[in-house]
Design a protein around this ligand. Structure first.
Ligand code: AMP
Ligand code: MN
Ligand code: MN
Length: 329
């Protein structure tokens, strides 16, 4: 028999596992955590998913999403954190003492990952879900419809429906495997992309009016608390706005700055290939991918925004040149 993988060995020894998704969760962290929890249950483990923040409403269709709680690790034998590049992304569920008392597996696809686990499965893939799919065979798990639905949701959300530059032949192969297992690609796409609230429309309307385009091609807008209140909007309504801004032809970098009630600014960044916004996000204590990154910065909206816009304009000036279009070469 071949040597069991390190993950397999840790899973074999554990009777109970808590799988942790990152704060302000997205489809990849929730889909990955649920998919992995279902896989572990198939192996006879007691597995639960924990997340410090509530799941976005568009993920309500995912099997098991209603059982996710904000309970920190308790007596579980093993902690697995998915899609979180550093321990700050674990939020209130992180406790250094608790984490030091048992194995912690860090499964992630962020280039900025801080390798905080006792085992770090960190590979650059489209999504953490794609990475987890790779591990299933090793774990001795048979892919079923439930697991496939969760993992395909992670792939779809992190690649925005297989349209972003992190989509590779391996992501498409993963999608083939998952759809063959029964996962419904059109239904997942519809659920995660085609349902928007009227409060989102009002918020985005106000945010569009406030957009500014810098001469370097940095397109940005800001969302003060008052703007959210006037629109009747919540946090979830602010998500995705930066992706829309990135579709504007003049935008080489797009950015949104959202004021939080805790006196911080939640920053979302997107860029064309050739400009690495994860470097800028890292400088401000965040992380992410070259073309999609973010950070949560203490300070006033005006101050944080002006410092980051400055850094983004600088990054845009250092651009290595326009990315090749789809027909080039
Ligand atoms: P978002 O703009 O929230 O969609 O996030 C884009 C990317 O940046 C995702 O891959 C996130 O994981 C990452 N990211 C966002 N905010 C942070 C943060 N505060 N710290 C580290 N990574 C972040
Ligand atoms: Mn994520
Ligand atoms: Mn991800």
């Amino acid at each position: 028999m071949p040597n069991p993988s390190e993950l397999r060995a840790l899973a074999d020894e554990a009777a109970s596992v808590v799988v942790i998704a990152h704060i302000a969760p997205d489809g990849d962290t929730i889909g990955s955590a649920l998919g992995l929890a279902w896989a572990l249950r198939q192996l006879g483990k007691r597995a639960r998913v924990a997340c410090a923040d509530p799941s976005p409403r568009e993920l309500a269709f995912l099997p098991g999403v209603g059982d996710i709680s904000a309970e920190p690790p308790e007596d579980e034998d093993l902690i697995i954190v998915v899609d979180a590049s550093d321990v700050e992304r674990i939020g209130s569920l992180y406790d250094a003492q608790v984490f030091a008392t048992r194995p912690v597996v860090n499964i992630d696809h962020h280039i900025t990952n801080q390798r905080y686990g006792t085992l770090n499965l960190v590979t650059q893939r489209s999504s953490t879900a794609e990475l987890i799919l790779d591990q299933l065979t090793d774990l001795g798990v048979t892919l079923d419809l439930t697991i496939a639905t969760c993992l395909l949701t992670g792939l779809v959300t992190d690649t925005r429906g297989f349209t972003t530059s992190n989509t590779t032949p391996a992501s498409l192969e993963a999608a083939v495997v998952l759809t063959r297992a029964g996962a419904l690609l059109p239904a997942i796409n519809d659920a995660v992309f085609n349902h928007r609230s009227i409060t989102l429309l009002r918020l985005w309307g106000a945010a569009f009016v406030a957009t500014r385009l810098e001469e370097e091609g940095v397109l940005w807008t800001e969302l003060p608390l008052t703007m959210l209140a006037q629109a009747g909007a919540d946090l979830a309504d602010a998500k995705g706005l930066v992706n829309f801004l990135s579709s504007i032809d003049e935008a080489r970098i797009s950015a949104t700055f959202r004021e939080t009630p805790e006196g911080k600014v939640d920053v979302s960044l997107r860029s064309v290939p050739g400009i690495d916004v994860s470097q800028v996000a890292m400088r401000f204590g965040g992380g992410g991918h070259p073309q999609a990154a973010g950070c949560l910065v203490p300070g006033t909206l005006g101050d944080v925004r002006s410092r980051i816009v400055q850094a983004l304009r600088e990054a845009a000036r250092q651009d290595r040149g326009p990315a090749p279009g789809p027909g080039v070469g």
